[in-house]
Design a protein around this ligand. Structure first.
Ligand code: NAD
Ligand code: IPM
Ligand code: MN
Length: 352
């Protein structure tokens, strides 16, 4: 079982250390870890945020565990050299188009949600975010208008096949959960979204057992706060999914709790090849202080065992250890407590 470990920048390094400790503590015969540089760290060492050797390590592995990238000292570099290009590049190069971002409230955390506890208790959703298209990967540039103004532009597009494959991911995920799928778009304004909606309706014919609904993204943001319990699977595009998942994290209580899996079509002898990362970033405001919550990263490692290694038992074991720690009052600063990153890691390890 070959796992590429790319810790990246800022708290990425700190939270990855704890996830690796957890992986080493569970019983995984044949586990081998291969480290690689990504992000600002890689730019400073190799002149590129996603060096060829890092990509090679990812390709030779069965799964990638990814911390976070982002370094304020790189914010003025040409875009292709910025740390964020590492995660975008891995998603594109490895064909990871389906990003699963579960959001569920842990017992005992209802009071930490930005929502009223009775609303928080009802949250059990899975955001299925398209990850290889949309305005993220279209042509973009800066130009001067005829009037001599600067103008930035980004091309937003989706092809039929891109929508079809993520729609299948969404419907298949819904089948394994509550059989409800809400497709979120902006079809009242965007052609991209009109195509999205048309194709989702076509694909729905193959899943008569799943109840499909549609919602505009502005309303979806409002509904997620008003009545989050109405959502089972939320299927959406790259940009809307990015924004809605950070919103969902505060309904759950902290961005330090939300894990993700990014999957494509490639399979290995163990399962589906995937990249696993928390939804948060490198958090420069708290990096280096040892106070980041590593739970999102630890839960991402659990998702890896489930999807890439077919090891449901160990995945559940890790998830239960995190839930038990939270139920016992284990809290970092993000949840109003004072435990540091490694103390939270210790608390999870103790409950494995
Ligand atoms: P962020 O997610 O890094 O941080 C947002 C806020 O949440 C900050 O106040 C931070 O301290 C807090 N936070 C995040 N994770 C936390 C954790 N585990 N425990 C406690 N608090 C936590 O988002 P940002 O500040 O907008 O971005 C910082 C950098 O990270 C940027 O360069 C951005 O591009 C990058 N980023 C990378 C990824 C990724 O690697 N996949 C994801 C998001 C942002
Ligand atoms: C995420 C991040 C990334 C995204 C950035 C860092 C490119 O915000 O993984 O949610 O927008 O996808
Ligand atoms: Mn994001």
């Amino acid at each position: 079982m070959k796992i590429a470990v790319f810790a990246g920048d800022g708290i990425g390094q700190e939270v990855t250390r704890e996830a690796v400790r957890v992986l080493e503590a569970v019983d995984l015969p044949g586990l081998t870890l291969f480290e690689g540089d990504v992000g600002g760290v890689a730019y400073h060492r190799h002149g590129h945020p996603l060096p060829a050797e890092t990509l090679d390590i990812a390709r030779a592995s069965d799964a990638v565990l990814f911390g976070a990238v982002g370094d304020p000292t790189c914010d003025n570099l040409e875009r292709h050299l910025r740390p964020e290009q590492a995660v975008l590049g891995l998603r594109a190069e490895l064909g990871l188009f389906s990003n699963l971002r579960p959001a569920t409230v842990f017992a005992g955390l209802e009071d930490m949600s930005g929502l009223k506890p009775e609303l928080a208790r009802s949250i059990d959703m899975l955001i299925v975010r398209e990850l290889n298209g949309d305005v993220y990967f279209g042509d973009k540039g800066m130009r001067e208008t005829p009037e001599g103004e600067r103008e930035g532009w980004d091309m937003m597009s989706y092809s039929e096949s891109e929508v079809r494959r993520i729609a299948h991911s969404g419907f298949q995920a819904a089948r394994k959960r509550g059989s409800k799928l809400c497709s979120v778009d902006k079809a009242n304004v965007l052609e991209t979204s009109q195509l999205w909606r048309d194709v989702v309706i076509e694909v729905a014919a193959e899943y008569p057992d799943v109840t499909l609904s549609h919602m505009y993204v502005d309303n979806a943001a409002m509904q997620m706060v008003k009545d989050p319990g109405q959502f089972d699977v939320v299927l959406t595009g790259n940009l809307f999914g990015d924004i809605l998942s950070d919103l969902a994290s505060m309904c759950v209580g902290s961005i330090g709790l939300l894990a993700s899996a990014s999957l494509g079509e490639r399979t290995t002898e163990f399962g589906t090849f995937g990249l696993y990362e928390p939804i948060h970033g490198s958090a420069p405001d708290i990096a280096g202080q040892g106070i980041a919550n590593p739970m999102a990263m630890i839960l991402s490692a659990a998702m890896m065992l489930r999807h890439s290694f077919g090891n449901e038992a160990q995945a559940v074991r890790i998830e239960n250890a995190v839930s038990a720690a939270l139920a016992d009052g284990v809290r970092g600063g993000d949840l109003g407590g004072d435990l540091g990153t490694s103390a939270i890691g210790d608390a999870v390890l103790a409950r494995l």
